[in-house]
Design a protein around this ligand. Structure first.
Ligand code: SAM
Length: 272
């Protein structure tokens, strides 16, 4: 099917997607939007964008499916070793010390924009290795891609997706099955996967760490700043925010403090 997206169609679609999710389509990624729309129109049996636009403005489910189809879900286990080292050797030891002082033994983490689950599972595996006895953790992992969340919840990954997992972790936290690897229940039980659109408040409070890597990059400055300020409200008074290595809070009105370690950089909220 040939699809013609006029300038006015593009403006309408891009504004609606931005309003619903914060995802910003610039002129240079217009072809991506065009090709995803083409697929959706075919499936939804529409042959022009105006009719499809009317459909998504009244049908919330189709809007969700469209948002899912325009996201980029690329991820992998142990993505960005430096971040994982900073988590293991700096952030967690710091939080454990703080929690001992306030007599709280649960570390609360949010993996925001978790895609197919590799990021929260990586965090859970590292925590299972290093947390001192008496401590436990809970992870909320969220995304607006329902397709990705389904994979995440299943916790099954084909052989090709396992690259980068150290052998020790593969042996302890996965079960080999035909064609791939299954995350064991002992890891899964600590993670709650949920649909959440970062355009809105999550209601989460008093978290110790938020990982939101390679997500802000899809938002414009205004949307990024409001997401980051909502993260501030979701964190407790002694907490950490890790964003992607090509992302930054530079130029934003925020109270987060930039922090550099031997491994990686991230942001700190210290009000306690
Ligand atoms: C490139 S993946 C990053 C996955 C993982 N954080 C990592 O760094 O490997 C970006 C994810 O952000 C999600 N995303 C984009 N916009 C979002 C929004 N408004 N609310 C929630 N998730 C969103 C996408 O669905 C996608 O799964």
């Amino acid at each position: 099917m040939s699809l013609t997206m006029t300038d006015s169609d593009f403006e309408k679609m891009k504004s609606l997607i931005y309003e619903k999710s914060g995802i910003h389509f610039s002129e240079s990624n217009r072809p991506i939007l065009e090709s995803r729309l083409k697929e959706r129109l075919k499936i939804a049996n529409h042959d022009n964008i105006s009719d499809y636009y009317k459909l998504i403005t009244r049908d919330e489910e189709e809007m969700k499916i469209l948002l899912d189809s325009v996201t980029t879900n690329l991820t992998r286990f142990f993505r960005n070793t430096a971040h994982m080292q900073a988590f293991e050797y700096y952030i967690i030891p710091e939080i454990v010390e703080y929690k001992k002082k306030i007599r709280d033994n649960t570390i609360k983490i949010w993996s925001a924009g978790c895609s197919t689950g590799e990021e929260p599972y990586t965090l859970a595996m590292i925590l299972s290795e290093i947390l001192p006895s008496g401590f436990n953790f809970s992870i909320v992992a969220s995304d607006l891609s329902l397709k990705s969340l389904m994979t995440a919840k299943t916790g099954f990954y084909p052989d090709s997706r396992i690259t980068g997992v150290p052998d020790k972790y593969l042996a302890r936290y996965f079960e080999k099955t035909s064609g791939g690897y299954q995350i064991i229940d002992n890891i899964k039980k600590n993670i709650k996967f949920d649909y959440h659109n970062l355009k809105f408040d999550s209601g989460l409070k008093n978290l110790d760490i938020i990982f939101c890597r390679n997500v802000l990059i899809y938002f414009d400055d205004v949307a990024q700043e409001s997401v980051v300020n909502r993260f501030w409200s979701s964190l407790g008074g002694h907490a950490y925010l890790v964003i992607g290595h090509s992302e930054s809070l530079f130029g934003m009105k925020t109270n987060f403090k930039f922090h550099k370690t031997d491994w990686a950089t991230f942001y700190i909220k210290m009000t306690d």
